[in-house]
Design a protein around this ligand. Structure first.
Ligand code: NAD
Length: 382
């Protein structure tokens, strides 16, 4: 693995490194961690990487790595830069023959996303998009229950992602993560809806197995001075006629990462909340509510989908890092299988892909356009 972005003081790069390391399948061998040469050197050095593989730009890294013998060079690159700096390194990496892991939202614009998909198709290389929340075992359990129609036909999906970290005005200037997220040239045409609304939309479709077909959106900018939305509500219609509500906010003062999804079918509903990720509430129309728990000890009670993503017997806290690790494990197994000329299993391929990335960018475009239009409901045509 090589890494672009994620130097000292960056947020998500360090999380990726922990997650990639978790199963002993992936080793970080090179990096271009910052555009500032001192920070790039210092950050790479603090990870004990050899000096000749601490690069000062992603161009230099991709060029130099592609000249190394196949067994020495990195197999894939992880891109953890702000949104505006996803597309160019991803295109160059694919051109040089490297598989790619990329953060969401996948690109700055929908047009870039479509071009990237074209490149992935042409090269036949693998791209993983890190919608982290799809890696949780009880999210997999909920998805499996719905797929097996244990809840009957799905009628309603409610997904909410409130955060409060941008509620304080003074965060704007001092917080490097807030600075680029509120700048359209670096974040794209949306702020909050692109940053966390896309996670919520992906989770809603991943868990329910449905596709959003129509939406009615309202975006707000609560903190004066922010150029982009920092709060949004979207009414949804799905391809089976189910209705839904998606809420994303970075103005919900005091909230951490309170992602919650509820899906209701004819026979019952499920509720999963990220702050209690090892529990899945199952509510029955004709019975008491159940609490299902994650853990390898529940071999007779959980689906294979959930068990494949549990790491400890139960009760030992597992969470965000492990969910991230589950994505990386599947990706590593997929690459290893492909490199040996084999066909990855559906379990290995269970990670968000280029198509999810393009869909996320289409979601942003449709929400922003609907918010600006006089129409109440508009089709989500992608
Ligand atoms: N999956 C998730 O749960 C999750 C969580 C947070 C952030 N993200 C996404 O991850 C990305 C990064 O977010 P962050 O909060 O870590 O940002 P950040 O500002 O903390 O870090 C970005 C890093 O990229 C570096 N950088 C910028 N341009 C570069 C370039 N051309 N070459 C090399 N390095 C460069 C910066 O110096 C910095 O080290 C964003 O796209 C964001 O949406 C995803």
């Amino acid at each position: 693995m090589g890494m672009i972005g994620g130097g000292k003081n960056a947020f998500i790069g360090a999380v990726h490194r922990i997650a990639a390391n978790m199963d002993g399948l992936i080793e970080l061998v090179c990096c271009a961690l910052s555009t500032n040469p001192d920070v790039a050197r210092d950050s790479g050095g603090s990870l004990f990487l050899p000096e000749n593989r601490i690069y000062l730009s992603y161009e230099e890294m991709l060029e130099a790595e592609s000249r190394l013998p196949v067994h020495e060079r990195m197999d894939f690159v992880t891109i953890v830069t702000p949104n505006f700096a996803h597309f160019a390194p991803a295109m160059m990496a694919l051109d040089k023959g490297f598989h790619v892991v990329i953060e969401k939202p996948m690109t700055l614009s929908f047009e870039e996303a479509v071009q990237l998909r074209q490149k992935v198709t042409e090269t036949g290389l693998q791209l993983m998009l890190t919608h982290t929340y799809s890696g949780y075992p009880m999210v997999k359990e909920a998805r499996r229950m719905i797929k097996d129609r244990k809840l009957g036909e799905v009628r309603k999906v409610i997904v909410e992602y409130p955060q409060g970290w941008m509620a304080k005005l003074e965060y704007k200037g001092g917080n490097p993560q807030a600075v680029w997220r509120t700048d359209p040239t670096r974040s794209g045409k949306s702020g909050c809806m692109a940053d966390i609304g896309t996670h919520a939309a992906h989770l809603a479709e991943y868990v329910s197995g449905l596709k959003i077909t129509e939406l009615c959106a309202q975006l707000s900018t609560m903190t004066s001075g922010n150029a982009l939305d920092d709060d949004g509500n979207v009414l949804l219609r799905f391809d089976n006629g189910a209705t839904g509500v998606l809420m994303a906010s970075q103005m919900a003062a005091g909230e951490e990462n309170a992602l919650r999804i509820r899906v209701y079918g004819q026979k019952g509903g499920i509720e999963w909340f990220q702050h209690e990720p090892n529990s899945l509430l199952v509510k029955w129309v004709d019975d008491f509510m159940q609490t299902m728990r994650a853990g390898t000890r529940y071999t007779d009670l959980l689906s294979e989908d959930a068990l494949a993503n549990c790491r400890t017997p139960g009760g030992h806290p597992e969470g965000y890092l492990e969910a991230f690790g589950n994505l990386y494990r599947n990706f590593a197994q997929t690459l290893a299988t492909k490199i040996k000329g084999g066909a990855p299993s559906p379990y290995m391929l269970d990670f968000p892909s280029i198509d999810d990335g393009v869909r996320g960018m289409a979601f942003i475009d449709h929400v922003v356009a609907n918010n600006a239009s006089a129409e109440k409901w508009t089709k989500f045509t992608y």
